[in-house]
Design a binder for this molecule. Structure first.
Ligand code: XIL
Length: 447
């Protein structure tokens, strides 16, 4: 049933004007990334937004990933917007979803210079007060989720690019020792959680990653509880650092785990098939570098869909940084991850458009479905998608397409505004239908 829930089940291909119905194009995607990863002793995860965990977004998050990281829900500014008044709603929701889907949770993050509540950043504190605020925050949050969090990004982004400590509320008020203290307090609150220091631009061997390396080494020597380092991996297209695997290995050799915690690969917009192919290669090489090192335990993408990525708002002009497009169609990058994890999937051939049928929700008499038409290496200026229902299903309503059904034969034609499917892009339409007995997924033919 998993393939049905992911909406990746069956597809038909069209090359140019010549229609070609093939075996399922997304065939290899039938093995979810989480299962491919598990077979290699790895966990593949995604950052998520709690409010979106329904419909296709929830289906894919639950089916494809073995680990969830709250994108914002566990940050101090979210959980304690007013001093002493806590809001755990989204964090609780994500933890519950993860438990229902047999997933790990990576807690993110306890000590950071960003996304703190204004009462904290605007306050005037003695170092003793600051220290006790931090201790209380860590004890409260880690304690609340004790036993439910596989790993915590305890300290986030402590370094400058040159390897000196970043000037923050914490460093300025407490000195570098805030890092050891935070780890120690987190360990006291949940001895089973793996405790990480997480940073960006530490993927290759450079001044910043060497500072992190030296810090971890000294923490280990001092007996401070440190279990892992997180390499965020917010990368730019075509710029995977050459020394990534070597860098992962040197941390592993210190006796800590490594995780790729926030992987995305941004490109100048618009995307096209050449950029998407490079992005596939980039995702594949990052995942392969982790797969090659036993102690690299988790690869997490920072949002699995381009509709839930921080990139467009943070890096104007850039985007398309995740493995699924905005309509939840898997991009070449998805197949890059799958291939690096040993999946036998092949990317749909270039110069093709595919139609992917999925059931997004189903109840006793009806269901909602969607079809995503995605093109790579070519484009469409109009389309129709046809299929035959094998079990008496009947379309009752459609949107973003005009659908007619005659007997078992369904034909859906583009609306006036979505006939164009650009190279590297996709469109989606949806429908409601009735069913009884069974609701098998049909083969969709594009014309
Ligand atoms: C980002 C979130 O994705 C955005 O929604 C938010 O507006 C800003 O923070 N490094 C981190 C993450 O450790 O917490 C950041 O997440 C991205 C950079």
């Amino acid at each position: 049933m998993r393939s049905l829930r992911t909406g990746l089940s069956l597809a038909a291909l069209v090359t140019g004007a010549v229609m070609l119905v093939t075996a399922p194009a997304a065939h290899a995607a039938d093995t979810p990334l989480r299962d491919l990863a598990a077979a290699k002793g790895k966990v593949v995860g995604t950052a998520v937004t709690g409010s979106k965990l329904t419909g296709s977004y929830g289906d894919i998050a639950g089916a494809q990933f073995g680990s969830l990281t709250p994108g914002n829900a566990m940050k101090w500014g979210t959980v304690e917007p007013t001093q002493g008044s806590f809001n755990w709603t989204e964090a609780d929701q994500i933890v519950a979803f993860a438990q229902a889907h047999n997933q790990q949770v990576r807690g993110h993050t306890l000590v950071w210079h960003s996304q703190n509540p204004s009462w904290l950043t605007n306050g005037t504190w003695t170092s003793a007060q600051l220290s006790s605020l931090l201790q209380n925050h860590i004890s409260t949050e880690v304690g609340r989720y004790k036993g439910e969090i596989a790993a915590w990004d305890v300290v986030n982004e402590p370094f400058n690019e040159d390897g000196t400590y970043r000037s923050t509320l914490w460093y300025n008020g407490l000195g570098a020792n805030y890092i050891a203290q935070a780890l120690t307090w987190a360990h006291a609150a949940d001895p089973a959680a793996k405790l990480y220091i997480n940073d960006y631009n530490v993927e290759g061997v450079n001044a910043k990653s060497t500072a992190l390396y030296n810090l971890v080494k000294s923490l280990k020597t001092a007996g401070v509880p440190i279990d892992g380092v997180g390499l965020q991996a917010h990368l730019i297209l075509g710029q995977v650092p050459a020394g990534l695997q070597q860098n992962i290995q040197r941390f592993a050799d210190l006796g800590v785990d490594v995780a790729i915690t926030e992987l995305d690969v941004r490109m100048a917009l618009p995307a096209d098939s050449g950029k998407l192919a490079q992005q596939k290669a980039d995702f594949k090489s990052v995942v392969a570098a982790c797969a090659a090192v036993t102690r690299c335990v988790n690869i997490t993408v920072w949002g699995f869909t381009d509709s839930d990525s921080w990139v467009p708002s943070t890096f104007p002009g850039y985007g398309a940084a995740t493995p699924y497009d905005e309509n939840y169609a898997p991009k070449p990058a998805y197949y890059g991850i799958a291939e690096a994890l040993g999946g036998t999937t092949t990317t749909p051939p270039s110069g093709s458009c595919s139609a992917t049928y999925g059931v997004t929700s189903q109840w006793n008499t009806g269901f909602t479905g969607q079809v995503t038409i995605a093109c790579t290496g070519t484009a469409l200026s109009s389309w129709n998608a046809t299929w035959t229902y094998g079990a008496g299903q009947q379309i009752t309503q459609a949107w973003n397409a005009t659908c007619t059904q005659s007997g078992a034969a369904v034909t859906c034609t583009n609306a006036s505004y979505n006939g164009t499917v650009p190279d590297g892009g996709s469109v989606t339409f949806g429908f409601n239908a009735s069913w009884s007995g069974s609701n098998p997924v049909p083969v969709v033919t594009l014309g």
